[in-house]
Design a protein around this ligand. Structure first.
Ligand code: AHR
Length: 536
């Protein structure tokens, strides 16, 4: 197997823009994501503003998070937003039947969520209830949030202390309608979605970006049915019937599940076979993105309709001793590599993929932040660091990187896992042996510099990447590296920096004269690096 990989990148040929929204986030009323994660209540000894944890806000502000999806997930289709407004002590309670069957007191509602978005400097992405809600409820919610006049919903908002309407662009209608969101067929959801979309109106100068709830994993048929059902309204412009009530995007969900649905495997205790199987599954996001994009191209060759991957990430067994309904899992270096591989694919497909949301931001599944239940201590996960190191790709122009010659691969003897979630998996993955390409990379250009992201998935061997640079670099490269002693390494309150980025500049160099330069990057085993190169 070659231990050097060669490629070529042209600094003078920037491609499509990578929307910053592919670095989006997701916060559901699930386990300790909202309560104990984002929100501790005003009486908490943990420093907060209006109950919102300020250390969590500060950590996430460093990621420039572009949008935050809320209130679910499955919870969204059980949620009645009017229960979450007004004086907190008067808000009714409800049962969170999907997640631990616990009682939800609705103390975190619309105003708290919008305050959180303001503190984070992020755009809200709200998922309205289609599964058990009404068209009128969804319509009222838009009015409550975005209407400026003396209409009933705007007056109600004012009575609850908010004078000015908020700006809300991203508006999801339903969640996983094929499963927890109502067990509908694609055709049934398509019909319902037309109605909900019609009554989710633009108010004044607030323009909604309506996102229809889409497929599980590689269910391309679902995408096709929606493209047909919503098609004439999609993109809006040419359809006088739908006008500005058209859908602008279709979503899908795709998790990385390393084991079976019943035994997903531990987030920190796994062998190398399981490791390779997991990263191979992560890499296959590329073909799933391409599959949905292919179907959409048939109905929308101009690429006006966005594809939104509004749930992705690793899904392992919950940590021993924690509530199985709370989906709390640790986060190891393996998760960071899963994230970096996803971002490489997102960058390549950003001509269709307009948004993606990691599931979920705090204390649930592949989290950025874990908060300790007893001490309240905050832990930044290895995945957090990938989001931070990749920040320079936000709204940058994609620079295609072409590998040439032999690329390092490994044969994964048994691809375990479903490659998707839910008891049936909706997976696309054949079991059995498969080849994993162990180097993943992508690049972008913005503001006079190119940013390269490089991942070595090989758990045992280092690799040297040599990229021929077309165009002229205007200075020396700098680099950062994320790695640790093992792919199982993770951060805890006692060891906050077991996996943290460090300077890697001494391991990158630019060889050759301007016009014939080669960027050389040394990547240790199981590592992720970013390299910045000033451009002419
Ligand atoms: O992210 C956890 C859950 O996974 C979401 O609520 C649901 O949409 C998906 O099945």
């Amino acid at each position: 197997q070659p231990r050097t990989v060669e490629g070529v990148v042209d600094l003078d040929l920037p491609g499509h823009t990578i929307s910053r929204h592919v670095y989006g986030h997701f916060a559901e009323h699930l386990g300790r994501c909202i309560y104990g994660g984002f929100y501790v209540g005003e009486d908490s000894p943990i420093p907060n503003e209006g109950g919102i944890r300020l250390d969590v806000v500060e950590a996430l502000r460093a990621l420039d998070i572009p949008n935050l999806r809320w209130p679910g997930g499955c919870f969204a289709d059980d949620y009645h937003w009017k229960d979450g407004i007004g004086p907190r002590e008067q808000r009714p309670t409800m049962v969170n039947s999907h997640w631990g069957d616990v009682v939800e007191d609705n103390s975190f509602g619309t105003h708290e969520f919008m305050a959180l978005c303001e503190l984070l400097g992020t755009e809200p992405y709200i998922s309205a209830n289609v599964g058990s809600g009404t068209v009128a409820e969804a319509s009222d919610w838009v009015q409550y949030l975005t209407r400026a006049d003396a209409s009933p919903m705007a007056a109600l908002r004012r009575a609850n202390g908010r004078e000015e309407p908020w700006k809300v662009r991203f508006w999801g209608l339903g969640n996983e309608p094929w499963g927890c969101g109502g067990r509908m067929s694609a055709e049934a959801y398509g019909e319902l979605a037309r109605t909900f979309g019609t009554y989710s109106r633009d108010m004044g100068d607030n323009t909604l970006y309506r996102i229809a709830a889409g497929a599980a994993n590689a269910d391309y048929r679902w995408t096709e049915v929606l493209m047909k059902a919503l098609g004439r309204g999609l993109g809006g412009a040419e359809d006088p019937g739908f006008g500005n009530h058209a859908y602008q995007a279709i979503s899908f969900h795709c998790y990385t599940v390393a084991g079976s649905w019943e035994h997903k495997g531990s987030a920190t205790e796994f062998d190398l076979d399981e490791y390779y199987s997991t990263v191979l599954q992560a890499q296959r996001i590329e073909e799933v993105l391409a599959g949905h994009a292919r179907v959409m191209d048939v109905y929308d060759p101009q690429r006006q309709v966005g594809l939104v991957l509004d749930e992705w990430g690793t899904w392992f067994d919950v940590e021993p001793g924690t509530n199985p309904g709370f989906l709390f899992q640790q986060n190891a270096l393996r998760d960071a590599l899963v994230a970096s591989v996803h971002f490489d694919a997102f960058h390549r497909h950003a001509d269709r993929l307009v948004m993606a949301n990691i599931a979920q931001t705090v204390n649930v599944l592949q989290a950025m932040i874990l908060t300790d239940e007893d001490s309240g201590a905050l832990v930044l996960t290895p995945s957090y660091h990938v989001f931070e190191m990749n920040k320079g790709h936000h709204d940058a122009a994609h620079l295609p990187v072409h590998l040439r010659g032999e690329v390092p691969t490994r044969t994964v003897p048994d691809v375990r896992g479903l490659g998707g979630h839910g008891p049936s998996g909706h997976g696309i993955y054949e079991r059995g042996p498969a080849d994993l390409t162990t180097v993943s990379l992508s690049a972008s250009a913005k503001d006079g510099r190119a940013l390269f992201s490089l991942t070595n998935l090989d758990a045992e061997q280092a690799v040297t990447v040599r990229l021929t640079v077309r165009g002229t670099a205007a200075g020396a490269p700098t680099a950062r590296l994320l790695t640790a002693g093992a792919v199982q390494a993770h951060n805890t309150p006692a060891q906050l920096e077991a996996v943290a980025p460090r300077d890697h500049t001494s391991s990158v160099r630019l060889e050759g004269a301007p016009g014939a330069q080669t960027l050389v990057v040394e990547l240790p085993a199981h590592s992720f690096a970013t390299v910045e190169l000033p451009t002419a």
